[in-house]
Design a protein around this ligand. Sequence first.
Ligand SMILES: C[S@@+](CC[C@H](N)C(=O)[O-])C[C@H]1O[C@@H](n2cnc3c(N)ncnc32)[C@H](O)[C@@H]1O
Length: 364
Amino acid sequence: MEAHLRAAIESQGPITFARFMEQALYHPELGYYGAGPLPWGIDADYVTAPQVHPALGRSIATLAMELDEALARPDPFALLEVGSGNGQLARAVLATIEQRSPDLWQRLSFTSVERGAAARAAQRDLLSPGRGKSVQAELPLSCEPLRGLVYANELFDAFPVHRVQQTSGGLLEAHVDVGDGELVERYLGPSTPALVQYIEDNSIDLADGQVAEICLNVQPWLAQVDGLLAAGGVLAVDYGHPTAVLYGPSRWSGTLVAQRRFALFDDPLIHPGDRDLTAHVDFGNLQRAAERLGMQWAARCSLRVFLIGMGATANQEQESIEARLALRHLLVSEIADAHKVAFMYKALGGDVPVFGRQRLDAPA
Ligand SMILES: C[S@@+](CC[C@H](N)C(=O)[O-])C[C@H]1O[C@@H](n2cnc3c(N)ncnc32)[C@H](O)[C@@H]1O
């Protein structure tokens, strides 16, 4: 990957950090999420909530069942997971719906969208093929208008980000160049006016010298989902903060990290393709994007509040000791605090959906 990037930069000039991150993560053969190995399971680099315990999957299934009622049981009820990794979350969601709502199960149309080829292959092993289940590489550009639920766990934190630095002379953007045969970071003028626009639109006030990440892909992603969804909800679970916190002085150097075998590295340019790269999500921007599209923003809470609110700790007696310990571990883990759950919806009729507000809208 490094040699590939060096050759491209030497022939075409410096690339933006966002372009570098896009290649390092998603180059089909050399990228971290490209051909493999997978970052979850044996020799994992990091762990996500669904790898620990099925509680998140069960909670999303509960939400889907409530949404099904609110939508007056459409046929089909569309369930779409994006950035579905090895399919562990989907497996828990589907198993719960099959067990708890045979009626919804009969009407369910499940689509898993996962960019990485190796992860898609793992899903085919995990999710036995069945009626109305498909695994795709990209969101469809158009389809029959969907009624149902779109959900994603740790999708946005894997989107490429632009890195910017505020200086007395204006905003600069990190580019990746080659110096003395090594990949090096250089701050140049912004590659797109969209970066300054983002800062203005979200009322971000960066101090002189402060470095921050800006993800320009969340808003277009939500617009695409909004275009596919005639009625229903979108649930996003991710590391993140309200805008003022994410871009506040306590995150002076941004939140971007490289990760391998649970170790975190500050320098994102080392060993591209071998390490995960991730940055925290601007939930304020997500909310503004949803509202601009005319969606209702229902709630943002911590993953812990969401799991407990959706009943993850109920009826534990039938679970094995190992499963109960895993859930306890998840609920007290850093993931349960640092992950936020956002829920937005459209065209449900009435002002407030029957689910949600009371149970989900608790301060994170
Ligand atoms: C941090 S992993 C999370 C995987 C899984 N959701 C979990 O919780 O274990 C992010 C996943 O999103 C996928 N991804 C990133 N951008 C995507 C996109 N635009 N469409 C579909 N999948 C995407 C990556 O390939 C990767 O598998």
